[in-house]
Design a protein around this ligand. Sequence first.
Ligand code: S3P
Length: 188
Amino acid sequence: MNLSENDGAPIVLLGFMGSGKSSVARKLAPRLNLPRIDLDARLEEEAGRSIAAIFAQDGEAAFREMETAHLQRALQERGVIATGGGIVTRSENRALLKSASTRGALIVYLRVAPRILAARIRRQPGVRPLIDGERVLNFSETQTRVEEILQVRAPLYESCANLILEGDEMSASQIARVLAERWQQKTP
Ligand code: S3P
């Protein structure tokens, strides 16, 4: 068997809410014949509750604990991992991502402009507690909130990623195509 450098290592998609992580994972995983791992979906399935309900009932800190456990587990698997937008906020998670990177994981930051993120977030009202936790915001309030949170997170995404893609003008299929090519170049 011909073992390559990244054999067994995952592809990890990082980015803000609405950056397209889940959509890209849906296109990319079948292209590479890899399992798709959606951390938010796994977490909701295990908890038997929506993320909005977990935030409302147990608070964000409890959600972050569960999220770290799921990240740790998923990074041991082979697959395309769609993370939640706040995965980079904990230093423990950043250390896990950096260690996966040294083991050959492709860690991608999907960078998208705040006005595009806000428009996508507004298409799913009430789903994201960090945006619509108290009430459903309008478009301009959403954009302001996105900019505030992104100011803190952008350097964290950048520091964890080993590839940054500018996603403003790209569809999920186009991003998946670029990533599949990158991955195949790494895999002889
Ligand atoms: C969060 C992003 C969400 C979800 C939770 C918290 C965040 O995932 O994990 O609402 O802190 O940015 P998506 O990025 O898939 O929306």
